[in-house]
Ligand binder design. Structure first.
Ligand code: SF4
Length: 75
């Protein structure tokens, strides 16, 4: 189960986003939707640019469910 606390434990050992295992959006991105480009751009690329990643870093808690990596809100 995902907890608010688990989001504060971000390891930075490789280029993959350290939140992949607990990000609620990541499974959806892997389905090949129109947001699939986010995998290479953010999750396996520069995750420091991802709005979800940045939210967790800034707020220390789970990002809004509809927050997309590009900063848009999917409501
Ligand atoms: S969507 Fe953002 S926070 Fe989620 S796994 Fe990808 S880069 Fe990390």
């Amino acid at each position: 189960m995902l907890t608010e606390e688990s989001f504060g434990e971000a390891g930075m050992s490789d280029d993959r986003c350290p939140h992949i295992e607990r990000c609620e959006l990541f499974p959806t991105l892997r389905l090949g939707t129109s947001l699939g480009y986010c995998l290479e751009t953010y999750c396996y690329g520069d995750h420091s640019r991802c709005a979800r990643f940045r939210f967790v870093q800034r707020e220390g808690k789970r990002p809004p469910e509809g927050l997309l990596p590009n900063g848009a809100l999917d409501e």
